[in-house]
Write a protein that binds this ligand. Structure first.
Ligand SMILES: C[S@@+](CC[C@H](N)C(=O)[O-])C[C@H]1O[C@@H](n2cnc3c(N)ncnc32)[C@H](O)[C@@H]1O
Length: 363
């Protein structure tokens, strides 16, 4: 059999039986030879999807202002440690830095830490941010022992999830099998009760209809715990932007995108961007455990409008051509309108317990 990700997964299933969605997602996205995020730049019109920082510089500029405000509210000694998880092409960080560097003497204080596993995107980030002090990390474990001012846009949705399905009064795990005759992967169930069902409260379980589906992401919780622990011990702040929910819809949220179109998440592993909605409720509980202030989730459109996207757009339009003005209007609409990214994407903020509500979250 030729070595492809599809064949690798088939042979694993044939040897040991159906695999979990976590394993399927981890391989499809991060397999070191064939994973989606290890083999390409997925962004932009030539890639598979476009993210907010790629739509307009204003997005990153407003995030930069948010960070600056959060930093100024906390009297911290030492460097201003900027951290980004999954920085894509480096566009968001570059726009954040342009705002920060307008302030006197900040350059000596700045340290930029990028958590990125994709070697192709790392190279693009290096090119864009190369003249600044930037350090790359494979994960959060090597980040400095300092307060972090952390941002992540469309990062948590890439982390693997586990799905449980309610069958009568028990919860079984949703698994992936392979149909050799039909030549495709398909969904199946573990048959036996999943130990993870211990995590489901009686209240949620009793409300869930038959065939209800719940998602858990140990990877997201692990990362969020690290962020929350650092913020509670050292200070700093985090701003996370993603699609997600506070109450489970009892439906699968997995989706896959290829060439800007929705495709079957189980088709052609390694060639599609697979993502799941983020469970903000579990993140909220973790923040409460660390006695942090959790802000949001609020719709991206509301956050950007409250941070001044319209005013900034008007400034940018001065001296611009009709074409440029038109482009700015289209970008603002894409980022804020309800039918576009404005409502689907949500913003959450995390600050130490004694800090007031930060800008963007005051309603
Ligand atoms: C959907 S893209 C978003 C890119 C960027 N934040 C933006 O808004 O344009 C996801 C990013 O996270 C990175 N990534 C995905 N999983 C990761 C992981 N487990 N650890 C580090 N980076 C990861 C990808 O390589 C990519 O840079």
């Amino acid at each position: 059999m030729t070595e492809t990700l599809q064949n690798l997964l088939i042979s694993r299933i044939q040897k040991t039986g159906p695999i979990s969605l976590t394993e399927f997602m981890a391989e499809a996205l991060h397999n070191k030879n064939f994973g989606y995020y290890t083999t390409r730049d997925p962004l932009g019109s030539l890639g598979d999807f476009t993210t907010a920082p790629e739509i307009s510089q204003i997005f990153g500029e407003l995030v930069g202002l948010w960070i600056l405000h959060a930093h100024q509210q906390q009297e911290l000694d030492g460097p201003l440690c900027l951290v980004e998880l999954g920085p894509g092409r480096g566009t968001l960080m570059s726009d954040i830095l342009r705002v920060l560097l307008k302030f006197e003497n900040i350059e000596e204080l700045l340290e930029v830490h990028l958590v990125e596993t994709n070697p192709i995107l790392r190279q693009m980030q290096q090119k864009l941010l190369g003249n600044l002090k930037v350090l790359w990390h494979d994960d959060l474990s090597t980040l400095p022992d300092q307060p972090w001012f952390l941002v992540a846009n469309e990062f948590l949705d890439t982390l693997p999830v586990i799905q449980l399905i309610k069958n009568g009064d028990r919860w079984t795990e949703r698994l992936i099998d392979y149909d050799a005759a039909g030549g495709h992967f398909f969904w199946t169930s573990s048959g036996s009760t999943s130990r993870l069902s211990l995590l489901i409260s009686d209240q949620v379980s009793s409300k869930a209809p038959d065939n209800a589906l719940l998602e858990f992401s140990p990877a997201t919780l692990g990362i969020f715990k690290t962020i929350a622990e650092n913020t509670s011990k050292k200070g700093g702040a985090a701003l996370l932007i993603d699609y997600g929910y506070l109450k489970p819809s009892f439906k699968s949220s997995i989706q896959a995108v290829h060439d800007h179109k929705m495709v079957d998440p189980l088709s052609n592993p390694g060639t599609n961007d697979i993502s799941c909605h983020v469970d903000f409720q579990s993140i909220l509980y973790e923040s409460q455990f660390f006695e942090l202030k959790f802000h949001g989730p609020i719709p991206q459109g509301d956050f950007l409008i409250s941070m001044g996207i319209n005013e900034r757009a008007e400034r940018l339009k001065h001296g611009s051509s009709i074409q440029q003005i038109n482009d700015i209007n289209i970008a603002v609409k894409r980022l804020t309108a309800t039918g576009e990214m404005g409502k689907l994407f949500k913003v959450i903020g995390l600050t130490p317990k004694d800090t007031p509500t930060p800008p963007g979250f005051m309603t």
